[in-house]
Ligand binder design. Structure first.
Ligand code: ZN
Length: 177
């Protein structure tokens, strides 16, 4: 069944001429779809007539502000508990090391320097190994494979940036007042 232009009139809440009104009534008599539509429109209009009670929006805003303050306070307390808990836990774990460090600082400093040197030398060895491997692979692979690899990486990077951009633009905004 063809619902136009009646559907259009009902959806837009159009002011109808007498002829149009007669046509619409004729269509409504045979069409359940448009009858339902017109009933919904009537319900919405009668709902619009019921204005909010006086002072409602003010009370609403006051409640919103109170909720915001309460939420901020809750967040602050949560953060405080988290920080204190973390500091306590850290102290609990670090205390024995701290005491041994205080009792023999020189030994500990040598141990720490030893670890640091170990880390640096292993990092150097690792970079050397990686550079050698890259050289071997570079000799082994023909140039067009490199081109494909580089362009694929660039494509992925671009996709990543675009997806981040789209996500940050689509992020829902909170209620602001
Ligand atoms: Zn219809």
């Amino acid at each position: 069944m063809n619902h136009q232009p009646f559907e259009e009139w009902l959806l837009n809440d159009k002011n109808l001429t007498p002829t149009e009104k007669r046509d619409l009534n004729l269509h409504l008599r045979t069409c359940t779809h448009c009858t339902a539509l017109s009933a919904t429109g009537l319900a919405l209009r009668s709902a619009n007539v019921a204005a909010p009670a006086a002072g409602f929006s003010m009370r609403f805003q006051q409640r919103l502000a109170a909720q915001k303050i309460a939420e901020r306070r809750r967040k602050l307390w949560g953060m405080l508990v988290l920080i204190l808990g973390g500091a306590g836990l850290l102290g609990w774990f670090a205390a024995p090391y701290f005491y041994t460090f205080i009792s023999a600082p020189v030994e500990w400093i040598t141990v720490i320097i030893g670890y640091f040197l170990f880390a640096v030398t292993s990092l150097q060895a690792l970079t050397e190994v990686v550079s050698v491997m890259i050289r071997i692979v570079a000799d082994f692979m023909p140039p067009y494979v490199w081109m494909v690899l580089v362009s694929a990486l660039a494509g992925f990077g671009l996709l990543w940036i675009i997806s981040i951009w789209r996500f940050s633009n689509r992020a829902p905004q909170g209620v602001s007042a």
